[in-house]
Design a protein around this ligand. Structure first.
Ligand SMILES: *[C@@H]1O[C@H](CO)[C@@H](O)[C@H](O)[C@H]1NC(C)=O
Length: 203
């Protein structure tokens, strides 16, 4: 058996190396660590503004997004807003497929009812200057389950657009989410990144 201090040291090193690997992002802010996370990054051969516009065009998500099949901007009473303008402190009603549908999808691709989930989120950041956006789930007390999803764009050295996404789950109930959905969620992030690339490079 290891002496206690050695065990603690190994544990600390484990945390440090974990935070190093997960912190290697270009344009995402530093986020408080959680129990688990899903993330994606992909390089896109299209102008940053085109990708930004596709990301913010929620009504068109059903035409290309195999993971987020519907994302509706709503007011504080969960009533969809007629303008669908994406603003901080508005709500989002998000319908996802976990695991995602098979790429490619279009507006008529049927959802799998067994894989459908709906969540209510708060738009916490629309940072046009830094090309970042984020939302946070509001379904349970934050102490039990807190999930925060960030997406960001930047221009790479080769002049391509880098898309980065990361969602962190915190709180004791995240262990349950982790056990049930971590793999499907990660597949969803990957599938959305690939579909975003295809959509923006071909438009
Ligand atoms: C939603 O996000 C906005 C902007 O960050 C914040 O001011 C507001 O307090 C949040 N509302 C809720 C219910 O979390």
């Amino acid at each position: 058996m290891l002496p206690k201090s050695a065990a603690v040291l190994i544990w600390v090193l484990g945390i440090v190396s974990f935070s190093f690997t997960s912190a290697q992002t270009i344009n995402l802010p530093t986020l408080k660590p959680g129990i688990f996370e899903a993330s994606a990054r992909i390089e896109i051969d299209a102008p940053l503004l085109d990708v930004w516009n596709v990301l913010l065009d929620f009504p068109a998500y059903s035409e290309w997004n195999p993971f987020v099949r519907s994302q509706v901007v709503a007011d504080h009473f969960r009533v969809p807003t007629p303008d669908q303008v994406v603003e901080e402190d508005r709500r989002l009603i998000i319908k996802v497929q976990i695991p995602p549908l098979q790429n490619p999808v279009d507006a008529n691709s049927p959802s799998n009812p067994f894989h459908s989930q709906v969540s209510l989120e708060n738009i916490t950041h629309i940072d046009v200057g830094n090309r970042r956006m984020a939302w946070r789930a509001i379904f349970l007390p934050e102490q039990l389950l807190d999930s925060e999803r960030w997406q960001a764009l930047s221009t790479s050295e080769e002049g391509k657009t880098l898309y980065e996404a990361r969602e962190i789950f915190r709180g004791p109930l995240s262990h349950v989410v982790d056990a049930l959905f971590a793999k499907g969620l990660q597949d969803g992030f990957d599938a959305q990144a690939v579909a975003l690339k295809t959509r923006t490079e071909n438009q």
